[in-house]
Design a protein around this ligand. Structure first.
Ligand SMILES: Cc1cc2nc3c(=O)[nH]c(=O)nc-3n(C[C@H](O)[C@H](O)[C@H](O)COP(=O)(O)O)c2cc1C
Length: 268
C-alpha cells in the first residue's frame, strides 16, 4: 500500500504542468421553470456569471400568471396528479457535466411542470444543483424529492431565495458559485449552529419580528433556538410550530446595526 501511494505521488509530480492545466472546462446548463419571472432572474444571473447555456422549461399550454388562477389550476393538477405536457428541450441534458435546476416552490415542492421533466428521466445520473424561489419554503423538501425521484442524481449544493429577498440573491448565488469552483473568490467559513436550547426572551423577540411581515406564519411559536455569529451579524435556526401547521425549522438573520431581522427559509 505504502509503495503504491509513493508511486502515485511520483507519477503526479512528474506530470507536465501544461497537461495539468488542460483539464476540459465543465459544461454547465441552467435549466429553469418560472411563471412570474422570479426564478428566471436567478437563472439569468447564474448564466451571466458562468457563461453557461440556459433554457427555460416551457409547458405546451401556457399557464396563467395571475396568482389566484394559477393556484386554482395547479391545485387541480396536483389533486388529479396531472403532469402538464412540455415543449421539447433545445439542449441535450446528457451533454452537460453540471445542471443548475431552478423552479418555484408550489405546495412545498417543485412546481408541477417540473414534475413532468423529472418524470421524463433526463436528470438521471446527472450532477444537479437545485435552486428555488418561494414565499417562505426552503429548498430542503424539493431537493429530498429529487433524490427520491431521480435515480443516481448527485446534488453537491442546493439553495433557495425568498421572492421578497431577491435583493440578497447575488450574495447567495455567488457563495454557491465560489464553492463549486465556478467563480473566483473566497467564502466566509460559517460555523455550525449552536445546539438547540429553550429560547431567550431576546431570541423569541427576534423570531416574532422576523415572521411578523409574513401572514402565513401568523401564530407560529418558537420552541427552541440555535445560533451562530457571522461577519454580518447573527444567524438563527429556530424550531417552531403553528403558522400553517406542524413543526418547522425557521432560518433567521439579524444583521448588525439597525436592520430588522428577516427569515430566509422555512423547512418543514
Ligand atoms: C400554485 C402556487 C403554489 C405555491 N406554493 C408555495 C409554497 O408551498 N411555499 C411557498 O413558500 N411559496 C409558494 N408559492 C409562491 C411561489 O413559490 C413564489 O411566488 C415563487 O417565487 C414564484 O416563482 P416564479 O416567479 O419563478 O414563477 C406558490 C405559488 C403558487 C403560484
Amino acid at each position: 500500500m505504502m509503495l503504491m501511494a509513493g508511486m502515485l505521488v511520483t507519477a503526479c509530480a512528474s506530470k507536465p504542468k501544461a497537461e495539468e492545466a488542460e483539464e476540459p472546462a465543465k459544461k454547465v446548463l441552467v435549466l429553469y421553470y418560472s411563471v412570474t419571472n422570479t426564478t428566471k432572474q436567478i437563472a439569468e444571473y447564474i448564466q451571466q456569471k458562468t457563461g453557461a447555456d440556459i433554457e427555460a422549461i416551457q409547458t405546451v399550454e401556457e399557464l396563467p400568471t395571475d396568482y389566484q388562477e394559477l393556484l386554482q389550476l395547479s391545485g387541480k393538477m396536483r389533486e388529479s396528479n396531472t403532469l402538464p405536457e412540455l415543449k421539447p428541450l433545445a439542449h441535450n441534458v446528457a451533454d452537460y457535466d453540471l445542471i443548475f435546476f431552478g423552479y418555484p416552490i408550489w405546495f412545498g415542492t417543485y412546481a408541477q411542470p417540473v414534475k413532468t421533466l423529472v418524470a421524463s428521466g433526463v436528470l438521471s445520473g446527472k450532477t444537479v444543483v437545485p435552486f428555488c424561489t418561494s414565499g417562505s419554503s426552503g429548498v430542503k423538501e424539493s431537493a429530498e424529492n429529487l433524490k427520491k425521484d431521480v435515480p443516481n442524481i448527485n446534488i453537491p449544493e442546493s439553495f433557495n431565495v425568498r421572492a421578497s429577498l431577491m435583493d440578497k440573491m447575488p450574495a447567495t448565488v455567488d457563495r454557491v458559485l465560489i464553492s463549486l469552483g465556478l467563480m473566483e473568490g473566497e467564502n466566509e467559513v460559517l460555523a455550525d449552529y449552536s445546539a438547540q436550547q429553550a429560547p431567550t426572551a431576546d431570541e423569541t423577540a427576534i423570531f416574532d419580528a422576523a415572521i411578523s411581515t409574513y401572514p402565513m406564519m401568523k401564530g407560529a411559536k418558537v420552541i427552541s433556538a440555535g445560533s451562530r455569529t457571522t461577519s454580518k451579524g447573527t444567524d438563527y435556526k429556530f424550531v417552531a410550530e403553528g403558522g400553517m401547521g406542524g413543526t418547522m425549522d425557521v432560518y433567521v438573520t439579524k444583521e448588525n446595526g439597525d436592520v430588522a431581522p428577516y427569515f430566509t427559509a422555512v423547512d418543514r
